[in-house]
Design a protein around this ligand. Structure first.
Ligand code: FE2
Ligand code: FE2
Length: 166
């Protein structure tokens, strides 16, 4: 696929998003949603922004689709900072087993958590991905995870006020 052909998002994504493995992301929890919803949101924004900037949007979109290509089974239930640092490398290794990735795509995936971890984006497309991923993460966490936390906390307070003294 050539960038000057004006390739649609659907055309770039179809070889990746139709696989069984990619669809396993629909069962994975991520930012209060599923990892599938998260990577699709990041990919669509990355596509639009990198296309608008006349960057290599095919590379940027493919890297975005695969930037969180991992399941909880890759971590044995591990959470927190270690997972935050290590998941880009694991996602890249998983993606390389199932798809042919260019060096630029590999680097964009591995460095998407910059400044977390040791990898720095080496391409404009990698920088778009790392900024879009962070923006989407803030949006999703505040809208879906924080609202869940506030709802649970409110129920806890109501429970304490009405039932806690008994
Ligand atoms: Fe990630
Ligand atoms: Fe992400």
């Amino acid at each position: 696929m050539q960038n000057n052909e004006d390739v649609s998002f659907e055309n770039i994504a179809k070889n990746i998003i139709t696989t069984d493995k990619f669809n396993e992301l629909k069962k994975e929890s991520h930012h209060g949603l599923t990892r599938y919803i998260h990577v699709m949101r990041v990919s669509k924004f990355t596509y639009k922004i990198s296309k608008w900037l006349h960057f290599d949007y095919v590379t940027a979109t493919r890297a975005a689709l695969l930037h969180d290509y991992f399941t909880e089974s890759d971590f044995n239930g591990e959470k927190g900072l270690k997972k935050g640092v290590e998941h880009p490398k694991i996602a890249c290794n998983n993606a390389m087993k199932d798809f042919d990735l260019t060096k630029k795509e590999q680097n964009a995936i591995v460095s998407h958590m910059f400044p977390l971890g040791k990898s720095i984006p080496k391409s404009k497309e990698g920088w778009v991905l790392t900024f879009v991923d962070k923006g989407v993460a803030v949006y999703e966490l505040s809208k879906y995870k924080l609202s869940n936390a506030i709802a649970i906390y409110t129920l806890f307070i109501i429970n304490m006020i009405f039932f806690g003294q008994r």
